[in-house]
Write a new protein. Sequence first.
Length: 173
Amino acid sequence: MSGRDGGPLRRRLAQIGREFAKFGTVGGLGLLVDLGVFNLVRHLTDLPVVRASIVATVVAIGFNYLGFRYFTYRERDKNRRTRELTLFLLFSVIGLVIQSGVLYAATYGFGWDSPLQSNLFKFLGIGIATVFRFWSYRTWVFQKLPGVGGDAAETAEPFLDDRRDAARIDRVT
């Protein structure tokens, strides 16, 4: 570790920490949306618990996409939105299956269906699915732009090389 800035590992951990904090902010708000809609649907309709959860999760997925695209990952590549949205929905559906599976097992496997138990197992399922979503979104959905997020010297090198090449071409012609 160097004395100046803590070295590359420390910078990388700080960068991931900031990204995780932004992800957590959007996710926390999405959690409130998910649980709020879930409880509204449970109390205002006759939908079974897992179906109510799916409705709530779909609403939260829409909320989260906007938050991730325009807050957490706003500096990431925006050129391939169709690909991004397709992958986001794919990984969100996998997360939905994970969290619904936890709730389904608790409700229909163990008979834990009180409002408190349903909220507890919905929350647990969201937690497990969140780990998967964080990894998949940052790895596959919201791609880094070339040269963004690295060391400042590494980011500047291609720019400086391009400038040197242009200067050489100007001298030759």
